[in-house]
Write a protein that binds this ligand. Structure first.
Ligand code: SF4
Length: 319
């Protein structure tokens, strides 16, 4: 049994030397430095399974196909070999994960459908223009309050031309109780003028044209497109929808447009408008902003925020 070869010595092919003959001192130093060939690392590359190539450095013998690069690499940073993950029979892992998440969303949708089969827009309207005006008025105001003022407003100004020609004070006087009445009157009249000038007095049916109107953002446009024209172009994200989507773990975003993007990716398109109404109804009846009634919430088992698990909502269980 010979001693390990020293640097510069010729190590004969086929000579018997076992790696465990290197002293524990040498192995420990290599381990502490974290560098250098080890028999384990070198084996698949130089095809010299029993010959640690650190021992060949500087010698006349260079193992076949050993690039030498390993000697400068930190083995701790090298990618580990892991067992190949085998997909479940017939289903790749990604599909399984997607299905699990999709399953929870599906159960939430089914529960909401059971709870609120009649969910719909609660703003009274008989035309796209009336819905557009009512939605502008509903900012920072309840739908009930808006529904109290719109009958008089729509009777006095039946179309876009009438609204465009109205004296601002007249509109303000009627909508005063909805709050922010000056800004709202200004938006309504500016939108009506643009409708008359650019769309023949009709409300356009595209997101781009609607959001180009003064005082009309993506939320208002989604309300009009979904409820007056039956188009699912986006998800209405108001204060209720944003709050519930976060509590139900459907998004982590605060920005309404980012919340909308997350919901659009999770909810089937044909349900966008309906889903928003159902969340709004659930937010009004059960999952209030300050005191969510988790104890009586049928979604509690599916909700990661139930009973204050996220530290914020402490409805009483079963009370
Ligand atoms: S369990 Fe509580 S927090 Fe979750 S949706 Fe129901 S009321 Fe809201």
């Amino acid at each position: 049994m010979g001693a390990p070869p020293v640097s510069g010595a010729v190590f004969p092919l086929g000579a018997a030397w076992r790696p465990d003959e290197s002293t524990s001192l040498q192995r420990g130093a290599r381990r502490r430095r974290g560098y250098g060939h080890t028999p384990k690392l070198c084996r698949p590359i130089c095809h010299a399974p029993n010959l640690p190539s650190a021992l060949f450095r500087g010698s006349a013998f260079t193992p076949l196909r050993c690039s030498g690069k390993l000697s400068t690499m930190n083995p701790r940073r090298m990618p580990r070999r892991t067992k190949a993950r085998l997909p479940a029979v017939g289903l790749p892992p990604k599909t399984i994960k997607t299905n699990r998440r999709g399953q929870r969303v599906g159960e939430i949708l089914a529960q909401l459908e059971k709870l609120y089969p009649d969910a719909r827009c609660t703003l009274h309207h008989q035309s796209p223009l009336q819905l557009l005006v009512a939605t502008i008025l509903s900012a920072q105001c309840t739908d009930v309050r808006v529904n109290l003022v719109t009958p008089l407003l729509f009777a006095r100004f039946p179309d876009a031309a009438a609204l465009a020609q109205a004296a601002p004070g007249e509109i303000e006087a009627i909508i005063r109780s909805t709050g922010f009445f000056r800004a709202k009157a200004k938006s309504i009249q500016a939108a009506a003028r643009q409708l008359v000038d650019q769309h023949g007095g009709q409300v356009p049916e595209t997101m781009a044209a609607l959001t180009a109107l003064p005082g009309v953002g993506r939320k208002t446009a989604n309300v009009v497109l979904g409820n007056a024209f039956g188009q699912n172009v986006g998800v209405v994200v108001d204060t209720h929808v944003g709050r519930l989507a976060r509590r139900l773990g459907l998004t982590r975003q605060e920005d309404p447009e980012k919340v909308e993007q997350d919901l659009m990716a999770l909810i089937p398109r044909e349900q966008w408008t309906r889903f928003a109404h159902q969340l709004i109804w659930h937010g009004r009846q059960v999952c209030a902003a300050r005191r969510p009634d988790c104890g009586h919430c049928p979604l509690a088992e599916l909700c990661p925020s139930a009973f204050g698990l996220d530290g914020g909502h402490r409805g009483k269980r079963g009370s």
